[in-house]
Ligand binder design. Structure first.
Ligand SMILES: [Zn+2]
Length: 327
C-alpha cells in the first residue's frame, strides 16, 4: 500500500482512514439494491428538474460519480483520495514509468471487468428506452453504461477494454493483451493479486513492478497503450464532434456525477448554456460548471437519476429514435 510513485499514492490514507474503501479499493455495497429513500427537500428539487426538463430531448453527460455506487472510487469526489494520473508525455517518454503503468494496469483492469452497473446506469438506459435522449456522453472508461443497456453512448475518454498500438494503429481487446502479458510474466498476477486501491482507469496499487515485461504490438512490435485518453492528450476530433452533435440535437443538457474538472467535459456545458438550453447538474459538491447551471442538484446520483427516469413525462412530439441493437 505504499511507494512514492508517480500517482502520488504514498500520501493517501489507507483503508482504515477511509471506511468506504475496502482492501481492493472497492466499496462493499451491493449494486442495484442500495437506493436511499429521498428526503422531502430532495424530492422538491428533483421535481423542479422535472418541470425544467419536461418536453425537451436530453443530452446526458456522466462522470466518475456515476460509478461510485458500482464500487469504483471517484478520485475527484468529496471523499476522494489524492492522485495524479500519469500523463501521455510520461507514458510515451519514460520506459520505467511505462513499465510501472502496465504492471499496475495488468492487475487493475480485471477489477473494472468485474464491476456491475448500478441503478444510476440503469436509469440512464431507461431514459433512452423511453425515447427521452439524443444521446449519452460519458467520461468514464468502465463501460458500465453499455453493460446497463445504453446504446447511443460516446465513450469520450475511451474504454478500459481496448489497447491501441501507437505505431501502426492496430486495436486489440485488453483480454488478448492480458494473455500475452501473462505469458511474459508468469506468476505475476498471483503474487500481486491482493492489490490495494484500483483507480477508475484500472491503475492498481502495486509496488513490485521493476521486472515486469511489457508486451510489444503483436502486429508491428510497436508501443502499446490502453485505448483511453490520458492527461495531456486530446480527445479525438471526430468523437468531440459527435458529442457536440448530441448536445446540438438536444433541448437541454443533464450532467450527472461529474465535477467537470477537465475541459473535455466542461466545454459541452458551456456550449449548451451559450445556446440558451437548460443545464441541470446532479453532483454532490461543487463543479466547474455550476455558474452555467440552470439548476444544481446535490442528491445521490443513482437516486436522482432513478427519480428523473421515472418522473420525466414522455416527449409530446413523439420521441427521439432509439438506435437499433447491434447484431
Ligand atoms: Zn503495431
Amino acid at each position: 500500500m505504499s511507494g512514492g510513485d508517480i500517482t502520488g499514492r504514498a500520501s493517501q490514507p489507507g483503508p482504515e482512514s477511509n471506511p468506504r474503501l475496502g482492501l481492493t479499493g472497492f466499496v462493499s455495497t451491493t449494486p442495484m439494491s442500495t437506493l436511499a429513500p429521498l428526503l422531502r427537500e430532495e424530492r422538491d428539487i428533483l421535481d423542479r428538474a422535472v418541470s425544467l426538463l419536461s418536453g425537451l430531448p436530453l443530452a446526458v453527460l456522466t462522470g466518475a460519480g456515476l460509478s461510485t455506487d458500482s464500487g469504483i472510487p471517484d478520485y475527484r469526489g468529496p471523499q476522494s483520495v489524492k492522485r495524479n494520473p500519469m500523463t501521455y508525455q510520461q507514458f510515451v517518454g519514460d520506459e520505467e514509468l511505462r513499465r510501472r503503468y502496465w504492471a499496475r494496469n495488468h492487475v487493475g483492469w480485471r477489477h473494472l471487468r468485474r464491476a456491475d452497473p448500478n441503478a444510476g446506469h440503469a436509469a440512464v438506459a431507461l431514459m433512452e428506452e423511453r425515447g427521452l435522449l439524443t444521446g449519452l456522453v460519458t467520461q468514464n472508461v468502465d463501460k458500465l453504461h453499455s453493460s446497463a443497456g445504453s446504446l447511443n453512448v460516446i465513450d469520450l475518454h475511451g474504454t478500459f477494454d481496448r489497447v491501441v498500438c501507437l505505431q501502426c494503429g492496430s486495436v486489440f481487446p485488453r483480454s488478448r493483451v492480458a494473455e500475452i502479458l501473462e505469458e511474459l510474466n508468469p506468476g505475476y498476477l498471483e503474487r500481486e493479486s491482493d492489490a490495494g486501491d484500483v483507480a477508475p482507469d484500472a491503475d492498481a496499487d502495486v509496488d513490485d513492478t521493476g521486472d515486469f515485461s511489457m508486451a510489444p504490438c503483436p502486429v508491428c512490435g510497436g508501443m502499446l497503450k490502453p485505448d483511453f485518453v490520458y492527461f495531456g492528450e486530446n480527445v479525438p476530433k471526430d468523437r468531440v464532434a459527435a458529442a457536440y452533435a448530441m448536445v446540438d440535437a438536444a433541448g437541454a443538457l443533464l450532467v450527472a456525477g461529474s465535477s467537470l474538472t477537465v475541459m473535455s467535459g466542461l466545454r459541452f456545458v458551456r456550449h449548451a448554456a451559450k445556446q440558451g438550453k437548460p443545464v441541470v447538474i446532479i453532483n454532490r459538491g461543487p463543479t466547474r460548471g455550476d455558474d452555467f447551471a440552470s439548476l444544481k442538484i446535490e442528491v445521490g446520483v443513482s437516486e436522482a437519476l432513478t427519480y428523473l427516469a421515472e418522473q420525466l413525462p414522455a416527449l409530446p412530439t413523439g420521441h427521439v429514435p432509439v438506435p437499433k441493437e447491434p447484431e
